[in-house]
Design a protein around this ligand. Structure first.
Ligand SMILES: [Zn+2]
Length: 295
């Protein structure tokens, strides 16, 4: 059921693919600098061209994922179910295999590039509001902060593999290289938390390739995109309180039932993100059902 609904959500949001894909496509010139460098992450939309999803694009993408209000989940589930045998094979998405909505009315907060020194602050806020989220973690960051990964799991959040060291070009490399990177990351996660469930994979920059999606699938992971991107990684464009206000307004304006919201708890100074979510968490909780992605 859950997977069927996921399939539907992914299908509905297929139109968003190209949009989010473009946000990531020019990120190649920016590299991830690691959890402790203090250098700002190129982020999921990263890149020197500062070409994230624009507000209007994000709205379009979100709109695509939200057919018509809350009634969407049920009818779409049945539609998907009627697809028959092929439904399970395409459980994550019919076109490119990337899941971009929750497939239900639930809204998923996703935090990338950690864990980092800021992660405990975010976890404390989530705990305060009893909100579960999903963390797309980087192998080297897990290696540096295993205790924070343990806290993430202990608090009941969902894990997502975000590659070993945030290689935004990983998907274009050989299958063996991709597989080794993803496996190494999962191994590091399970070194910190034995038996950890890792059901999702998010390519750095959103630069998914068919090979990366396929290998993730082989490793038991669903490729995870997003529908709302407040571009909190783009500290060249916004900073300080301006960034905080940008994140708040972007998330407020674009979040709809079924949305997957992309933000960052690692990869750079995340104080603006933390400040934004201090305001956003109670608001979002009041308006939506906030869910950790199912494992
Ligand atoms: Zn990232």
């Amino acid at each position: 059921m859950t997977r069927t609904r996921l399939a539907l959500g992914a299908l509905i949001s297929a139109a968003a693919l190209a949009l989010t894909g473009c946000a990531a496509s020019d990120a190649s010139s920016v590299s991830w600098h690691g959890p402790s460098s203090g250098v700002v992450d190129g982020g999921e939309g990263g890149g020197t061209q500062a070409h994230p999803i624009s507000d209007s694009t994000a709205q379009a993408a979100t709109g695509a994922g939200k057919p018509s209000a809350s009634a969407s989940a049920a009818p779409s589930a049945s539609t998907s179910a009627s697809a028959g045998p092929s439904a399970s094979a395409s459980a994550t998405a019919p076109s490119d295999g990337i899941m971009r909505t929750t497939g239900t009315d639930g809204v998923a907060l996703t935090f990338d590039d950690g864990p980092s020194a800021d992660t405990p602050k975010l976890l404390a806020m989530l705990r305060q509001h009893n909100i579960k989220a999903t963390f797309c973690v980087v192998g080297v960051a897990v290696q540096e902060f295993p205790q924070y990964l343990q806290e993430i799991v202990k608090d009941g959040h969902t894990l997502c593999n975000h590659t070993w060291k945030h290689d935004e070009k990983l998907g274009k490399k050989s299958a063996d290289t991709i597989r080794a990177d993803l496996q190494r990351t999962n191994d590091e996660i399970r070194k910190a938390v034995p038996g950890a469930q890792i059901k999702y994979f998010r390519h750095p920059g959103g630069n998914f390739t068919p090979a990366a999606v396929q290998i993730a699938t082989e490793l038991g992971m669903v490729s995870l995109g997003w529908t709302v991107d407040p571009s909190d990684w783009n500290t060249k464009k916004w900073s300080g309180n301006q960034m905080t206000q940008h994140i708040i307004s972007n998330v407020r304006n674009n979040t709809k039932p079924g949305a997957v919201i992309l933000s960052h708890d690692g990869g750079g100074d995340r104080s603006a993100t933390l400040a934004a979510y201090k305001t956003l968490l109670p608001e979002l909780k009041q308006q939506f059902t906030l869910v950790a992605l199912p494992v």
